[in-house]
Design a protein around this ligand. Structure first.
Ligand code: SF4
Ligand code: SF4
Length: 111
C-alpha cells in the first residue's frame, strides 16, 4: 500500500471526565493544595531522585489528575521524602505530604 510518507497517529486526547478520580479526591481531601498545581516543573528541577531515576513530581501531579494509577505507583516508588520539592514550589504546595497521601490512598483502596 502506498503511504505517501504519512501515517495515522493514535489520538492523544485526554478524557478527564472518564478518568478515575477516586484517588485524586482522597488526596485532595487530605491536602487541598494539590488543586493549586500549575504543572510548572520547578519541583522536578530540584528533585533528589530525578538525578538517578526518571522521576518527576510534575508527572505525579498529572497522573493523579488523569487517574493513571499504574503510572503513579511506578513514579512514586523512587521518592525519598527529602522534601526539596516542597521548599521550591512557587504555589507553596506540600508536595511531600501529597506523595505520602498517595501512598496511603493506594494502600487503603488497594489499587
Ligand atoms: S513546583 Fe509546585 S506548582 Fe510547580 S509543578 Fe511542582 S507542585 Fe506543581
Ligand atoms: S520529596 Fe520525593 S519528589 Fe520531592 S524532591 Fe524529594 S525525592 Fe523528589
Amino acid at each position: 500500500m502506498k503511504t505517501f510518507g504519512y501515517t495515522i497517529q493514535n489520538d492523544r486526547q485526554i478524557d478527564f471526565d472518564a478518568a478515575d478520580k477516586k484517588l485524586y479526591r482522597y488526596v485532595a481531601e487530605k491536602e487541598p493544595d494539590i488543586n493549586l498545581c500549575i504543572f510548572c516543573g520547578t519541583c522536578t528541577a530540584t528533585c533528589s531522585a530525578a538525578e538517578f531515576k526518571n522521576m518527576s513530581f510534575r508527572k505525579i501531579s498529572l497522573f493523579l489528575r488523569r487517574g493513571l494509577t499504574e503510572n503513579l505507583k511506578r513514579e512514586i516508588e523512587s521518592c525519598m521524602f527529602c522534601g526539596k520539592c516542597t521548599l521550591v514550589c512557587p504555589r507553596g504546595i506540600n508536595t511531600r505530604n501529597i506523595i505520602f497521601n498517595i501512598r496511603k490512598g493506594i494502600e487503603e483502596y488497594e489499587f
